[in-house]
Each structure stands twice: as C-alpha cells, then as structure tokens.
Write a protein that binds this ligand. Structure first.
Ligand code: DAK
Length: 260
C-alpha cells in the first residue's frame, strides 16, 4: 500500500508510519488525514502487526501542526465538520487494539501535539519541542487538544500551554507528563524499537484489553470504570493465553502466546 503523504513499513510485528511532508515540517493537510485514515484502518485489520511506531520524516519535526495554508480556507461550517472527522480518526488511533507509540523528534505543535497525545505512549528526543499555538491564530485546538492535554498534564499546565501558545522543551514535557521518556536524538528509534519489541512479545488480547480499559475508563465515573475493568478481566480469564501464562510461570518457562 502506498500513500502520498506517509511511509508505512512492517518489520517483525512492528509497523512504522512516517508522516512524510518534510518540506512543510510534516504539517497535517487533508491528504495526510485521509492517508492516516487508510493506514490505520489497514493496521487495525493486520493481525501480524502488534505495535505501531508513528514518526515524522526529515529530522526537524514530528508535525508542525495543521497545514496553515489549508486552515486559512476553513469556515465555521467546514471547521466543525473537519474537527469531527479528525477527532474520530484520533480516537481510533487512541483505542487501536495495538499500541501506537509516538516517536517525537523536533516540533510537535498544534495538531501534531494532538496527534502525539492520541497515541498510547510518547517518546521524545532531547530536541523535541511541544506547543499548542492555536491561540496565536485566533483558535483553540480542534483535534482533541483541549481535552487530552489537561487529562495528561493537569488543568493548570494545560491552560498555560493553551493560553500562551508558548513552546516547551522535552525536559519540561517530561516533567509535566506530556511525554513518557526523553532520550538522545540518535537513540530515539533504537529505544522505540526496544519498547515495541517488548510490547509485541506480550499476549495481544491482554494488550488490547489494557488499552481499552484505560482509553474508555478514564472518563467514566469510577464505579462504571471498575465494572469495565472487571468485564475485561473476566474475559481474559477465559482465554488460552491466561491458562498458558499462569502455567508457564509455574513450570518456570517462557509463555507461548496464541492470541486466543
Ligand atoms: N503549515 C504549513 N506549512 C508549514 C507549517 C504549517 N503548520 N509549519 C511550517 N511550515 C512550512 C513553512 O512555511 C516553511 O515552508 P517554506 O517557506 O520553506 O516553503 C517550512 O515549513 C519550514 O518552516 P520554517 O521556515 O518556518 O522553519 P523554522 O525552523 O524557521 O520554524 C516553526 C519552525 C515550527 C517554529 C515554524 O515553522 C512555525 O511556527 N510553524 C507553524 C506552527 C504552527 O503555528 N502550527 C499550526 C498550529 S495550529 C482543525 C483542527 C485543528 C487544527 C486545524 C484545523 N479543523 C478541525 C479544521 C489545528 C491547528 C494547528 O495545528
């Protein structure tokens, strides 16, 4: 499958999706959103893929936001429609049964930061920079940023970014919880591959259940969220992988997962 604005490769159960408009710092235009919809629909169906790495081409940006030239043409009606479409895509990425790991090298601004926040995990290089500069364009984020940012970093830190539009560096992003790890530039993809390999070796139904319980439970009242967890736990208790995992522990050997 080839895409106008993305590269997609799969190697040993790990897919790598690369945002590929480096001349525009991988700004998210309509073609890229369309390509992302296609790529993630394909990845969702591909049982050989267990983890997805999401990166930006060119070494300067993960994505420097929505494409501002296209954004200039958006009006009130199309703005709401486009926000809904992109939000559905980002939610599918967030709830994908296999984790998506954002590998952020350089700028992750506006829609680029929102895309990273929809991923299960965020690894950043030391030169990564983050921001929600929509306010400087007379806007607020439209791809989930006003909702995911405070859930990740808390209300005050989120509002500071949303109201000032200022960029923060990787160490500040780590401090406030916007990213999960910061590594040297040359180690970013090595660390991402190591993390991907470790998750790809876990039982896939349990991986999917963890993503779903966290992704859907976070915003439910606690009692409902606990019921969601109990249902997931019960389902997993009936799987071959749970029988294999417990038996392998007692027999002091590695488990052989079958995904059932
Ligand atoms: N869109 C289009 N082109 C961009 C771009 C962007 N967001 N960011 C950079 N580029 C282009 C530049 O125009 C330049 O192109 P040429 O002039 O070479 O043709 C090239 O990428 C290199 O950029 P610079 O020359 O500016 O590079 P610098 O290193 O000097 O500066 C920078 C890097 C990241 C600080 C700067 O490029 C910058 O400030 N970029 C804009 C950041 C930004 O404000 N992004 C948009 C945030 S708002 C929506 C929902 C959500 C959104 C939109 C719509 N709907 C529901 C409809 C989201 C909005 C946002 O993301």
């Amino acid at each position: 499958m080839t895409y106008e604005t993305l590269r997609l490769t799969v190697e040993e159960r790990v897919a790598t999706v690369t945002l590929n408009r480096p001349k525009a710092l991988n700004a998210l235009n309509a073609a890229m959103l369309h390509d992302l919809e296609g790529a993630f629909a394909t990845l969702a169906e591909d049982s050989a893929v267990r983890v997805v790495l999401l990166c930006g081409a060119g070494g300067k940006a993960f994505a420097a936001g929505a494409d501002i030239a296209e954004l200039a043409e958006v009006d009130a009606i199309s703005g709401e429609r486009l926000a809904g479409r992109a939000q559905r895509l980002f939610r599918r990425i967030e709830l994908l049964a296999k984790p998506v790991i954002a590998c952020i090298d350089g700028f992750a601004l506006g829609g680029g930061c929102e895309l990273a926040m929809a991923c299960a995990l965020r690894l950043a290089s030391e030169r990564a920079r983050f921001g929600q500069p929509e306010i400087k364009l007379g806007l607020v984020p439209g791809y989930g940023g006003t909702q995911r940012l405070p859930r990740l970093v808390g209300r005050g830190a989120a509002l500071k970014m949303l109201l000032t539009g200022a960029m923060i560096d990787a160490s500040e992003a780590l401090r406030i919880g916007l990213v999960d790890e910061v590594v040297a530039v040359e180690k970013l993809m090595e660390r991402a591959a190591e993390l991907a390999k470790s998750i790809a070796g876990m039982p896939p139904l349990a991986v999917a259940a963890a993503i779903e319980a966290v992704g859907r439970g976070a915003d439910l009242p606690l009692d409902e969220a606990l019921a969601l967890e109990a249902a997931a736990f019960g389902r997993l208790c009936g799987t071959e992988d749970k029988r294999e995992g417990t038996r392998a522990f007692m027999e002091k050997r590695s488990a052989q997962w079958v995904g059932r």
